[in-house]
Ligand binder design. Structure first.
Ligand SMILES: *[C@@H]1O[C@H](CO)[C@@H](O)[C@H](O)[C@H]1NC(C)=O
Ligand SMILES: *[C@@H]1O[C@H](CO)[C@@H](O)[C@H](O)[C@H]1NC(C)=O
Length: 290
């Protein structure tokens, strides 16, 4: 059965003259599954979780990626997100997935085969139907670091991540990456948190862990943004970790079907612009073709 949650707003609804309660039904909130990027822990969603909780979202899951602080491949990351997502879908709850940076790659793989609503680019198709299960409403990529369509179609053309970003300090001796590849021009405080105060940027930098090279360098097996799912790419206009050129290389691909949003954020918008991120989650909490 589908669970229906009635907002406390109902109780405080406006009253008409005759004392009749004007019942305003607020839409049921989906579950939100949040996935941080490489080096980052679920704690980085703390501000957004607080805002969503206040906005009456009751099912909030921030996922700890096994590849942060452990030497593993990408599959354990995908499995961790799938477990969180499937728990809600099986309970009849619709789901919105949010992924920051590499987390966008992981949610894009985790939804492969999941029940979902039609995307805005594909409203003619009927929704996958199910009487008892929830469906995926949208994927929100916050400064997503993505696979290209060609990585899946022609895996032999996929590039090694050596040399991909000056921020990556790849330790080939032990299979780890640390984000201190360019401590002069792009320490994490500048590359990730350039809109935070120096004190806050130092605090969050101290929370970073190593990333598993194998997980970061893995080849994608599925592309979620070609029309199956509603995928929102959120560009951080002051993101210094991902260039606009790189963003355009994903958005401009033939066959890519993103809904594009811009916010005035750095790379880790959950910390620098939690209000805007929360508003976007709310905006994409309703099926695109409803
Ligand atoms: C990283 O990925 C590239 C491209 O898929 C692959 O050729 C290379 O062997 C990988 N590197 C390691 C060390 O596994
Ligand atoms: C991996 O090797 C680097 C040196 O190349 C070292 O600084 C780091 O501590 C090592 N990490 C782990 C988890 O062993």
């Amino acid at each position: 059965m589908r669970f229906i949650f009635l907002s406390p707003l109902l109780l405080g609804g406006a009253f008409l003259n005759g004392g009749l309660a004007l019942v305003v039904r607020t839409p049921v909130k989906p579950a939100v599954v949040m996935v941080p990027g490489a080096f980052h822990s679920p704690e980085f969603f703390v501000k957004v979780i607080k805002h969503l909780d206040q906005a009456n979202y009751k099912y909030l899951d921030a996922v700890a990626l096994p590849s942060v602080g452990h030497i593993v491949g990408r599959q354990p990351d995908i499995d961790a997100v799938k477990a969180a997502m499937n728990k809600h879908l099986k309970a009849g709850r619709d789901v919105v997935l949010v992924g920051n940076s590499y987390g966008a790659t992981v949610i894009g793989e985790a939804v492969k085969g999941a029940l979902h609503y039609p995307s805005s680019s594909n409203c003619q198709t009927s929704a996958s139907t199910s009487a008892v299960k929830g469906r995926v409403i949208s994927l929100i990529y916050l400064s997503g670091f993505l696979p290209w369509i060609s990585d899946v179609e022609h895996p032999e053309t996929k590039q090694d991540i050596h040399g991909m970003s000056p921020i990556f300090n790849i330790h080939d001796n032990n299979g780890t990456i640390t984000p201190d590849g360019d401590m002069v021009n792009a320490p994490p405080q500048k590359a990730f948190y350039n809109l935070l105060s120096a004190k806050e940027a130092d605090y969050w930098t101290s929370k970073l862990d190593f990333e598993s090279f194998e997980a970061a360098n893995a080849t994608a097996t599925y592309i979620s943004y070609t029309g199956d799912f509603e995928v929102v790419y959120v560009v951080g206009d002051q993101d210094t970790a991902i260039s606009l050129q790189l963003v355009q290389s994903w958005i401009d691909q033939p066959g890519a079907k993103f809904t594009v949003e811009h916010i005035d954020s750095d790379h880790v918008s959950m910390l620098s612009k939690p209000d805007e991120v929360t508003a976007l989650i709310q905006k994409y909490s309703v099926p695109a073709c409803a």
